[in-house]
Design a protein around this ligand. Structure first.
Ligand SMILES: Cc1cc2nc3c(=O)[nH]c(=O)nc-3n(C[C@H](O)[C@H](O)[C@H](O)COP(=O)(O)O)c2cc1C
Length: 363
């Protein structure tokens, strides 16, 4: 388990913030990057139809900061010429890597031939990859699911084809399109992909603890891992991995830091977005972040019913004061870790209403 390279770009540590539409925007990526230990960040998936028609939202989604490097832009679509144009635009804005989404299960995306729909059409995917290769010089990478359904698991063949097309890093989320986010990711299939190609392979699915991640990593032999939902629950998870890889005790943030990270996020959101959107973003992060914390359920209820920035700030202060005084808050029990409710890559998280729009327009 050591750093790996995508051409001349070193992924160190080999732990990647997995792209999440409506989540891994400019603000969230920098929040996570600043906690340390992130080897690569990826944009939300960006529609090439929007990009190439100069949709301001799609263009805004390519925005990044130098502190985020190495930075990958992920695009999706089903038309080779549009994909090539979108890839070129990502290179022009200075992305280090161009990633193609071949995993999104959202019906709207699949219907238009993009996302996991491409798993059913390997010939079209091959054309897309070849067209993109002609239009960019930065490395091309691919994010795949294991197949369209249990009856058509084809990720090993698709990965081999992609390698022949010049793809330089293959990332596999170990679920099929049909599976959505149900059950557990199949890391055995990820291992088979790793054995079948010579380019680096990274595995993805369900990593929310260091132990689970290390176990899957060892068993599958992958070069890197991607963490998605786990980053919202624990923004320090990357740093903790880096610590363990370097033989140190994993970093443990104290309550003050936990409070501060929420406040930092809120303040970053308020600088970037209209008030209503930043309230939604805050509810989204806090909702995931307080899973498993004492009284988290009641805190989330209070937060979801907050209608202004002041109310949110007051609620955060009260919640953390209560925790630090060791008083019982709400139900007074530590919640069991449960899977966040998810069903698609663009609208899966149980997002507060005012936030759902931020990703829906992409798909
Ligand atoms: C809300 C949400 C949005 C997502 N959006 C994307 C996306 O834009 N592109 C992509 O390749 N995967 C997307 N995914 C899939 C994740 O990158 C990742 O593959 C999946 O969540 C499994 O990893 P995890 O268990 O670490 O979360 C999304 C997942 C979620 C929950």
């Amino acid at each position: 388990m050591k750093p790996f390279k995508i051409r001349d770009i070193t992924i160190d540590p080999p732990v990647i913030l997995s792209p999440m539409a409506g989540v891994t925007d400019y603000t969230f990526r920098r929040l996570i990057k600043r906690r340390g230990g992130v080897g690569l960040v990826v944009s939300e998936f960006i529609s090439v139809e929007g990009l190439t028609r100069h949709n301001p939202k799609s263009k805004r989604q390519m925005r990044f900061d130098e502190e985020e490097r190495p930075f990958a832009v992920q695009i999706f679509g089903g038309r080779p010429e549009r994909m090539a144009m979108g890839a070129e635009m990502a290179q022009e804005v200075g992305a280090d890597i161009l990633d193609v989404n071949c995993g999104c299960p959202a019906p709207k995306v699949v219907k238009n031939g993009g996302g996991s729909g491409l798993l059913r059409e390997p010939a079209l995917l091959e054309t897309i990859l070849k067209e993109i290769k002609k239009s960019i010089t930065i490395p091309l990478t691919l994010k795949l699911r294991t197949g369209y359904s249990d009856a058509s698991i084809n990720v090993v063949d698709v990965a081999k084809m992609a390698e022949q097309c010049g793809v330089e890093h293959i990332q596999v989320h170990g679920r099929t399109r049909e599976q959505g986010y149900k059950g557990l990711a199949n890391w055995e299939i990820i291992r088979r992909v790793k054995e079948a190609v010579t380019v680096p392979v990274s595995g993805n699915g369900d990593i929310t603890t260091i132990k689970y991640g290390m176990d899957r990593w060892r068993e599958s032999g992958v070069d890197g891992i991607l963490i998605g939902r786990g980053a919202m629950q624990n923004p320090w998870i990357f740093r903790q991995f880096a610590d363990v890889l370097a033989g140190r005790q994993p970093y443990q943030p104290d309550l003050q830091e936990k409070k501060d990270v929420l406040l930092e996020f809120f303040s970053m959101c308020r600088e970037e977005m209209p008030e209503l959107v930043s309230l939604g973003k805050m509810k989204q992060l806090a909702g995931q972040f307080t899973k498993g914390l004492v009284g988290g359920a009641q805190f989330r209820q209070t937060l979801y019913h907050s209608h202004s920035a002041d109310e949110i700030l007051d609620n955060i202060t009260t919640y953390f004061e209560t925790l630090s005084n060791r008083e019982t808050f709400g139900d007074g029990v530590v919640e069991a870790d449960t899977d966040p409710v998810t069903d698609s890559c663009d609208s899966g998280m149980a997002l507060p209403a005012c936030d759902a729009g931020s990703s829906a327009a992409v798909a």
